[in-house]
Design a protein around this ligand. Structure first.
Ligand code: SAJ
Length: 415
């Protein structure tokens, strides 16, 4: 007996929308909430505003059966899932305004027995803050940070762990960490997710769950930084880094990740700073990894410019703009940074090949001497080719077409 009939999902982005649609597909009445009117309209037409395999069909079905609808304000529900962005400021301080606004927006409709779950990746202590914000708004209700298991409202943190591009499968199959403000909160949250997930539910405290999620992404960032640092050394001493890593990984206890043009996306390039924020003087390794990864794009720009200079090239082709393969997501994308910086520093022509878009992003389209180009055309016109994203179209390219080109392969696809 789950007694979750209606749920409200706040934030209909890469995580919130698939989550809402999956719950709706299991017969739960789902109210989606977003601050963007265009997003709301699109979803209510049964369409989607992001690219994620399989999501369009699922949303279409859920909307047409009336199980999913979108609005700008929350409706009274048995559970509220918050999946809004947690950006950081220029100073790398986390910005919790979206979470706070979402929490305060549910306060008026909150009723005794309701469950509030934070899915957004958040600094340690945020779930506790949710209790404080709710207590300020609703003095008539008791919260679990004060009332423990007997509280009127349950509050927990269950961080999303899904990989963009594989979200629908990962929501269902991944194990899920669930951190309750009290143990009752964690158990009730488990009951809700068990409606849709097959993975294990791993119960802990809210602060531990916050810490775990940040640690997972920082772990990845530190390991990618290690690979990126090695790639810079290998470049200096004339060693093929891809072969070196491949051979090193034959060791039973070594698994070096892949170097690249830098680290992008809105998670791994951001979340480590939330750990740093908790202990700025005790996070030398995490801070250093961030710096290594952030410095990689400019290292690549230097390499491309040097290659162009040596060969007298007038046209450079940049292959890929997204932050990783086979998606159209440009958030924190190193490929985008490289292309923008290259255009500023190179006075010849830059051709961008990005099979997942129809027009250049604004940051590039305002520049002169840069254009979006087909793969074939770019191969005809460029002397230098910089592979920045390992999209399928580039992985499958006939290598003969690259003969006579100067190649800067930042992903090891053609090396
Ligand atoms: N990258 C490398 N070398 C590698 C692996 C990745 O340079 O060996 C780069 C990618 O090209 C990309 C960036 O790192 O620019 C991040 O890509 P990713 O595929 O590793 O991860 P994300 O950001 O798409 O998703 C991550 C995932 N976290 C972990 O794998 C620990 C995902 O499970 C999280 O849910 C997501 O962050 C999130 O939302 O926090």
């Amino acid at each position: 007996m789950t007694n979750f009939k209606k749920i409200c999902v706040l934030g209909l982005g890469y995580v919130g929308l698939p989550t809402a649609a999956i719950f709706a597909s299991r017969g739960i009445q789902v109210f989606g909430v977003d601050t963007n009117i265009k997003t709301i309209e699109t979803i209510n037409q049964g369409k989607i505003h992001i690219i994620e395999p399989g999501l369009d069909l699922l949303v279409n079905k859920s909307v047409s059966t009336g199980r999913l609808s979108a609005n700008s304000q929350p409706e009274r529900s048995d559970a509220y899932i918050i999946a809004v962005p947690t950006p950081f400021e220029k100073t790398y301080k986390p910005n919790l305004t979206f979470i706070e606004a979402a929490v305060r927006s549910i306060a008026p409709v909150l009723q005794r027995g309701a469950l509030v779950i934070l899915e957004s990746t958040s600094p340690i202590g945020t779930t506790e803050k949710i209790c404080q914000w709710l207590a300020e708004e609703r003095k008539d209700l008791s919260l679990p940070n004060k009332a423990g298991d007997d509280a009127d409202i349950q509050v927990s943190h269950s961080p999303e762990r899904v990989l963009p591009g594989n979200v629908l499968k990962e929501i269902i199959n991944n194990d899920r960490v669930i951190g309750g403000i009290s143990s009752n909160c964690a158990r009730r949250t488990e009951q809700l997710y068990k409606i849709v997930i097959k993975g294990k539910c791993l119960l802990t405290t809210a602060a531990t769950a916050e810490f775990i999620k940040l640690s997972e992404n920082a772990y990845r960032d530190v390991n990618i930084a290690f690979a990126n640092e090695l790639s810079i050394v290998a470049d200096k001493v004339g060693i093929n880094i891809w072969q070196a890593i491949e051979l090193a990984n034959h060791h039973p206890r070594v698994n070096i990740l892949q170097p690249g043009p830098g680290v992008g996306g809105h998670c791994i390039a951001v979340d480590p700073w939330f750990i740093v924020d908790s202990a700025p003087n005790n996070t030398a390794l995490i801070q250093s990894a961030r710096k290594v990864n952030d410095s990689k794009p400019e290292f690549i720009v230097d390499k491309i410019l040097l290659a162009a200079q040596k060969t007298g090239a007038r046209t450079i082709a940049c292959f890929g703009l997204a932050y990783k393969a086979d998606i159209d997501d440009f958030r924190e994308s190193p490929a985008l940074l490289i292309t923008a910086s290259l255009k500023k520093r190179f006075d010849g022509e830059v051709l961008v090949v990005e099979p997942n878009i129809k027009k250049l992003p604004d940051i590039l389209s305002q520049e002169k001497g840069i254009s979006l180009c087909s793969l074939n055309e770019s191969l005809k016109r460029s002397q230098v080719v910089a592979l920045l994203v390992d999209h399928r179209e580039f992985r499958e390219l006939d290598r003969v077409l690259l003969d006579k080109k100067v190649i800067i392969d930042t992903r090891g696809v053609w090396s």
